[in-house]
Design a binder for this molecule. Structure first.
Ligand SMILES: *Cc1c(COP(=O)(O)O)cnc(C)c1O
Length: 378
C-alpha cells in the first residue's frame, strides 16, 4: 500500500518536486501516548482545525478516531462539514461560526459565549447541541464571569422548552503551553465554580473540558472528562509528553553547479561565497511555507549532510551549499522531519524563523501535496 523507501531511494521516489509525507501510524501512537497520561475516564477530542495544522483534516481525524479519540474539534463551520462529508460520525465541536451557517450545522455542537449568540442558535431552524464557554482568564472569547449566571439560566430555560441541548461546558487555558500549571489550576477553579452555577441553573453537561495538549499533561483536572488535543497529534511537544512528529517534508535537488569565490547567491547577493563551492537549487520557497526570515540560519539534509541555505529564500526556490560533496539533480532532500536521521525538525525551522512549529506546519503551502503512509521504514 505504501512506498516504504520513499525518502531513501530516489529511484523509487514518488516525489514530484516536493511532498509532505504524513505517517498516520505516528498520529495514532500520539493519541495513545496522551491517553496513557490521562485520568481513567477522560477522553480525547482531536483538534483538526486548519486542515489538521496542515497535515490533512480528514486523514488525521480518521487516524485519531481509530486510536480512540471520541470527539473532534474544529475552529470553523466549514471544517466541521468537511469531516461529516468524509463520513466521520463522532461528535464534533466548532467554536467559530456565523449565524448564517447554523442551518448547516444541525449535528455539530456549537460553542456559545453570550445570550445573544444563544438567541441566534435558538432562532435557527434546527435544535442544536451547544457547549457554553466560560472565560476563565484567556480573555479571547467566552462568557465574562459576571454574565455567566444569566447565560446559564437562559440556556436552562431554552433547554426546558426543547429549543436547545446544552451538551458541554468548557474553557481554554491561557498558559497551557507551560510546565508550571499554577495559572491553569486557577482557571480550573473558576471553571469548577462555573459548572456548579450551571448545575444550579438546571443544566447537566455531558462534557466539561479545559485543557489543550500540554494542559492535558500538566494539569490534573478531575472536574473534566475531555481534553482537546491539537499540537500533540503532530508531535509538537511543549512538556515532554513523548509524542513524535508524523510529517516529513521532502523534495529533491533541482540543479547543481559550481560557483567561484567572490560570487554572490540569490537576490541582492546577501551571500557571497568565500571559496569555490558547489551549490544546489531546492525547488521550494516561501509560497510553499519555507519562511523567508529563516535564511540566515536554516539548513536541509541531503546525502546525510546538513547543507546551509545560502542567500535569500525566494518564492519558489532557494539555494544550499553542498561544499565539495558530489551531488546530482534528483538527489533526495529532507527539509524537515522528526530529526531521527539528522534532518532539521519543524521546531528547528520555527526557531530559525522566530515562531512556533504550529506556524511552520500551518504555513505549508497548497502546492505541496500531502501523502499518507503507515510506518515509513528508516
Ligand atoms: C487550537 C486549540 C486547541 C488545541 O490546542 P493544542 O495546544 O494545539 O493542543 C484546543 N482548544 C482550542 C479552543 C483551540 O483553539
Amino acid at each position: 500500500m505504501t512506498d516504504m523507501n520513499l525518502v531513501r531511494s530516489p529511484a523509487r521516489s514518488r516525489v514530484g518536486l516536493a511532498e509532505a509525507v504524513v505517517d498516520l501510524s505516528v498520529v495514532r501512537d500520539n493519541v495513545q501516548t496522551i491517553y496513557k497520561r490521562l485520568r481513567p475516564g477522560t477522553e480525547v477530542l482531536a483538534v483538526v482545525k486548519a486542515d489538521a495544522f496542515g497535515h490533512g483534516a480528514v486523514q488525521v481525524a480518521r487516524a485519531a478516531v481509530e486510536a480512540g479519540a471520541t470527539w473532534l474539534g474544529v475552529a470553523r463551520a466549514d471544517e466541521a462539514l468537511q469531516l461529516r462529508a468524509a463520513g466521520l460520525t463522532v461528535p464534533i465541536l466548532t467554536w467559530l461560526y456565523d449565524a448564517t451557517e447554523l442551518v448547516l450545522l444541525a449535528d455539530i455542537d456549537v460553542s456559545v459565549s453570550t445570550v445573544s449568540e444563544l438567541n441566534q442558535v435558538v432562532s435557527a431552524p434546527n435544535v442544536h447541541n451547544v457547549q457554553l464557554k466560560l472565560d476563565t482568564g484567556l480573555h479571547r472569547g467566552g462568557s465574562a464571569p459576571d454574565q455567566w449566571i444569566e447565560l446559564t439560566r437562559a440556556a436552562a430555560h431554552y433547554e426546558a422548552l426543547g429549543a436547545v441541548r446544552v451538551r458541554g461546558i468548557w474553557s481554554h487555558l491561557s498558559h497551557g503551553d507551560e510546565l508550571d500549571a499554577s495559572h491553569s489550576r486557577r482557571q480550573l477553579e473558576l471553571l469548577r465554580t462555573g459548572v456548579t452555577l450551571a448545575r444550579r441553573a438546571g443544566l447537566s453537561p455531558e462534557v466539561v473540558h479545559l485543557a489543550n495538549s500540554s494542559g492535558a499533561i500538566t494539569l490534573d483536572a478531575p472536574d473534566c472528562n475531555l481534553v482537546r488535543i491539537g499540537a500533540a497529534l503532530f508531535g509538537i511537544d511543549e512538556v515532554d509528553a513523548g509524542v513524535r512528529s508524523p510529517m516529513r517534508l521532502v523534495t529533491k535537488v533541482a540543479q547543481v553547479r559550481r560557483i567561484r569565490a567572490g560570487e554572490g547567491v540569490s537576490y541582492g547577493h546577501d551571500y557571497t561565497a568565500p571559496r569555490d563551492t558547489t551549490i544546489a537549487l531546492i525547488p521550494l520557497g516561501y509560497a510553499d511555507g519555507i519562511p523567508r526570515i529563516a535564511a540566515g540560519q536554516a539548513s536541509v539534509l541531503c546525502r546525510g549532510v546538513r547543507m546551509p541555505v545560502l542567500g535569500r529564500i525566494t518564492m519558489d526556490q532557494f539555494v544550499v551549499d553542498a561544499g565539495e560533496l558530489a551531488l546530482e539533480p534528483g538527489q533526495p532532500v529532507t527539509v524537515f522531519g522528526d530529526g531521527s536521521d539528522g534532518e532539521p525538525t519543524a521546531a528547528d525551522w520555527a526557531d530559525w524563523a522566530g515562531t512556533i512549529p504550529h506556524e511552520i506546519y500551518c504555513g505549508l503551502g497548497a502546492r505541496v501535496p500531502r501523502r499518507y503512509v503507515e510506518g515509513v521504514q528508516r
